[in-house]
Design a protein around this ligand. Structure first.
Ligand code: KIV
Length: 284
């Protein structure tokens, strides 16, 4: 059942028009989705970043459609209000637009997502058009596109020259023209993000794109300090949960090893007569 205040594409379009910031976060499982949703975040992205933050891969390219769908289903069970976006994994949309439409459809039909996201500019515009024509909302993603980090020469800031910035703007315009409802700008200089945001009618969602975008996204594990393999400069940690979680796990281990846990307050007692009968039985 849809909740009355469920976020839709119209909600975020209105937020852009009224210059109200749009909030977005990743989530990858049921408890994470519950928390993000209860925090009142507008958009939840089940990002392919889960390949690294949850599955332990060195990059995002190896995550599969089935793995993405598995996590999306869990998130859909946890979120009531937020608009849910499933990230299309590498090679699920690049080969053939018909495959792309089929795979996008699985995010909606099987996994309970409201929309999909895919990476790339003008080169994916025809694919975006095909998915939108099938009735599926699409979020674009330009700038640093991790699935093609190899082609970009690594995880580098994009659009740093006037020529590169112009190309980035043209890519974003091509995505808008193809029917995207919003576009992520990742790792681009603030003036470039500002220009793109001013030129587009659809909302821009920044990550490493400065303060002028219509909205902001961060990765759940980065925000909470749960992923410390590397931390990009654009991440702000709002909590450092790794240490308290580690301390709790160590305290548990020590209490089990010293037989302090479980104590009487965590154990079930028996009717005294039944207990006496049991002790008699054990003694015989
Ligand atoms: O996969 C992801 O988490 C993303 C965000 C960083 C936008 O694509």
């Amino acid at each position: 059942m849809t909740t009355p205040d469920k976020v839709t594409i119209l909600t975020i379009q209105q937020k852009k028009q009224q210059k109200q910031p749009i909030t977005m976060l990743t989530a990858y499982d049921y408890p994470g989705a519950l928390l993000v949703d209860q925090a009142g975040i507008d958009l939840i992205l089940v990002g392919d970043s889960l390949a690294m933050t949850v599955l332990g891969h060195p990059n995002t390219v190896s995550v599969t459609m089935d793995e993405m769908l598995h996590h999306c289903k869990a998130v859909a069970r946890g979120a009531q209000r937020a608009f849910l976006i499933g990230d299309m994994p590498f090679m699920s949309y690049q080969v053939d637009p018909r495959d792309a439409v089929r795979n996008a459809g699985r995010f909606i039909k099987e996994a309970g997502m409201d929309a999909v996201k895919l990476e790339g500019g003008r080169e994916v515009a025809a694919t975006v058009r095909a998915i939108v024509d099938a009735g599926i909302p699409v979020m674009g993603h330009v700038g640093l596109t991790p699935q093609s980090a190899g082609k970009l020469g690594g995880f580098k800031v994009q659009g740093k020259t006037a020529t590169a910035a112009r190309r980035l703007l043209e890519d974003a315009l091509a995505l808008q023209e193809a029917g995207c409802f919003a576009v992520v700008l990742e790792a681009v200089p603030s003036p470039v993000a500002r220009l793109v945001t001013e030129r587009l009618d659809i909302p821009t969602i920044g990550i490493g794109a400065g303060p002028h975008c219509d909205g902001q996204v961060l990765v759940f594990h980065d925000l909470l300090g749960l992923f410390d393999r590397f931390t990009p400069r654009f991440v702000k940690r709002y909590a450092d949960l790794r240490q308290p979680v580690l301390e709790a796990l160590q305290a548990y281990r020590q209490e089990v090893e010293s037989r302090t846990f479980p104590g009487p307050e965590h154990s079930f007692s028996m009717d005294p007569a039944e207990e006496a009968a049991l002790l008699k039985e054990l003694a015989s």
